[in-house]
Each structure stands twice: as C-alpha cells, then as structure tokens.
Design a protein around this ligand. Structure first.
Ligand SMILES: Cc1ncc(COP(=O)(O)O)c(C=O)c1O
Length: 374
C-alpha cells in the first residue's frame, strides 16, 4: 500500500515496544549493551557513541520522511554539516552557498582548510557561477534553499546535474523548507541536512541535526565513522524529543506556512517596509522556481525596514507578540536583527529583520507588526 507523507511521518519507526507493548516509544538511556565474551555483537547496539535504540527509531523515521535509504542523527545541525565535510576524501574542494547559514560557511572557510580541504562561497542561484566554480577536486556542493536569511531559492535539480557532471555530490540544507514542503532527494540531491533543532523538533526545546542520504556508500560509511569517533551523536532524550516533533510536523508546517504567507502579504503593502523576502510572494525573484520545487513556502521570512539600522532595531523593540530571540521553527513567532545576531563577519543587510512565523493567530501577528512599524 502506498503511504502518503503524513502517514509516514506518524508511523515510521513507531512500532510498539516489543517488550511491553508501549505505544509511545521508550527512551533507552543505557550507554552500553551486553555483548559476547570476545566482544561479539549479540544485540543491534554496542556502545552509545555508535548507536542506541531511541536514536535508531529516529533515524528510521528521518530516512522515511526524506525518502532516503540511510539517516544519521547528530547532536546539532552543525555537527551534521561538519561531519558531511569531514567525511570527504583529503584534499576535497567544497562549493558552499554564499547566503547559507553563517556557521556552515565558517566550517567551510575556517575549519575545512585545517582538515586539508578548500572551499569557495558562491551564489548558488547563479548556475553559471556554480559551473565556473567547479574544479577537478570538487567533491561537494553544499546549498540551502530557501536560504538563511535572504530566502533565496536555488534550483536543486539543476545543481544536482552540475554536481554529478563534475563527479561531486549535492547536499541540501532542508531546515527551512522541511520534508513536508520540499524533497531534495527526489529532485536529485544526494544528501539532505537538517538542524532538527528547528521545525522538526518544533518546540524550541531540543538541539539536534541529521544527514539523510539517498543511498548507502563510502560517503555514508565515512560519515558514520566520523560521528562514532568524534562523538557528535544525538543523545537518547534529544532523539526522543525530535521524534516526537516529527510526528506532528505536517500539521504544524501547514500552519506556519499559511501564517507566513499572510504576514508576508501584509508586510509587502506597508509603507515602512522596503522589501519582503518570501518565496510565496508573486513579486519574489524565486517565486516561479519555488512553485516548481516546493509545495508551499514555509514559515520563515525576512524583510527590510525603511530608515536604516536604527529604524529596524526600533521595530524589534516595539513588538509585543513576537519574541525577540534567535533560532526558528518553534510554536512562538521569533524575530531578530539578523546582522547583529550573525556578528562581525555578517554580510546581511543592516536593515533586515528575520522572522520565524509561529502558530499564533495570523491577525495578531499582523497587528503586532503594524503597531511596531508605525
Ligand atoms: C538553516 C540552518 N542550518 C543549520 C543550522 C545549525 O543548526 P544547529 O543550531 O542545530 O547546530 C541552523 C541554525 O540556526 C540553520 O538555521
């Protein structure tokens, strides 16, 4: 029987506990598992840095929702991103989206050289620029769509063709879109990365990350080895919370996306707003492409306030329903002046506010922004 996304998200990795019949999954806290006298494996698990039963349930579910063959869960999104790069052969070159999450760029520019690799930051919405940046030692294109924080849309299928034509793999950070709205592996990507801290966890109370691979192979084996030896593995309680979030992801993302579209439309018409970055708006440069590769446009948006940095910061200070905090994907709407959050290396415009649109009533969010914008 063919199962649809919502059904998969509820049931994947959700078999009742074989020992007790418990329907809600148990949290296995044991760090070690009985083995034979010469370390022979007699159970599925051996030591927690390698795997544990709660994490294994989560990995089964993550692989299923992204239509991948293998998933690896991590302690954070950045542990997942770093592992994807550390698992490449020595001397590899990586192309990274110039508007990707800023600390993914830090891994590429600051840490990859320490590990014997190189990187180029490229506008991945410009396919010619990506093709020109490819080198014979390029092993990975690391892209994000929509991007953080400018909400740029990259053509995943075309980037997969460029990567594969040059013998490289494509990884897509699918944190903003979630598998509910965008399926990178079905568009040709080789791996999907998530900060599960965000929409998948969904409640702002768990830190986690994931890599989901289209199929097994040497890159996956090496990523597993890196995770096991360097230890960026997901803890049992964190795995349990992410899994719990995943069960309601489809309903939540529908509401996040509907609210964000309503807020983006309201902002677009406001005299004190210079630009709104949201791929769901017909005026957005990524709209046509987003309509092709996403089923809706997600809960994230950013906008530029007229009047310079001080005016933008003033808007943040006047908001009452939005919470002023970094991160995204939780039940409550969050907003921040992104450039000050990213720090001195930020290339984000000074008037840009990034908002994670939550599950409140959309009219309350629109009213709050209207009173803050004046
Ligand atoms: C798009 C994106 N990718 C990766 C990360 C990093 O994830 P984590 O904070 O879970 O390490 C974030 C965090 O904000 C993000 O927004």
């Amino acid at each position: 029987m063919v199962k649809r996304f919502e059904t998969i998200a509820v049931h994947a990795g959700a078999e009742p506990d074989p020992d007790t019949g418990a329907v809600a999954p148990p949290i296995h806290l044991s760090t070690t598992f009985v083995h034979g006298p010469e370390s022979e494996r007699i159970h599925d698990h051996y030591y927690i840095r390698e795997s544990n039963p709660t994490q294994a349930r989560l990995e089964t579910a993550l692989a299923a929702v992204e239509s991948g063959e293998v998933a690896l869960a991590f302690a954070s999104g950045l542990a997942a991103a770093a592992t994807a790069m550390q698992a490449l052969p020595p001397g590899s070159h990586v192309i990274v989206a110039d508007d990707g999450y800023y600390d993914v760029r830090t891994i590429a520019t600051e840490f990859l050289p320490r590990w014997g690799g190189t990187s180029s930051l490229v506008d991945v919405t410009d396919l010619d620029a990506v093709a020109r940046a490819m080198r014979k030692e390029t092993k990975l294109l690391f892209v994000e769509s929509p991007s953080n924080p400018l909400m740029k849309i990259a053509d995943i299928a075309a980037l997969a063709d460029i990567a594969h034509g040059g013998g490289a793999s494509l990884i897509v950070d699918n944190t903003f879109a979630t598998p509910v709205l965008q399926r990178p592996l079905e568009l040709g990507a080789d791996c999907v990365m998530h900060s599960t801290t965000k929409f998948i966890g969904g409640h702002g109370d768990v830190h986690g990350g994931a890599l989901v691979f289209r199929k097994g192979g040497p890159w996956v084996d090496e990523a597993f080895h890196v995770r096991k030896v360097l230890g960026g593995v997901a803890a049992p309680f964190a795995s349990w919370l992410v899994l719990r979030g995943l069960r309601t992801l489809a309903c939540r993302v529908d509401r996040h996306a509907a609210n964000a579209l309503a807020v983006a439309r309201a902002l677009e018409g406001h005299a004190n707003v210079e630009a709104v970055h949201y791929p769901g708006l017909a005026s957005d440069p990524g709209h046509a492409l987003a309509r092709r590769q996403m089923s809706a446009f997600g809960g994230m948006l950013s906008f530029r306030v007229r009047g310079g940095r001080a005016a933008a910061v003033d808007v943040v200070s006047r908001l009452k329903v939005f919470t002023v905090a970094t991160s995204l994907g939780g039940t409550e709407s969050l907003i921040e002046h992104r450039r000050s959050s990213e720090g001195p290396t930020s290339t984000t415009p000074d008037t840009l506010l990034r908002a994670s649109i939550g599950l409140e009533n959309e009219a309350d969010l629109i009213d709050d922004l209207a009173q803050a914008l004046g």
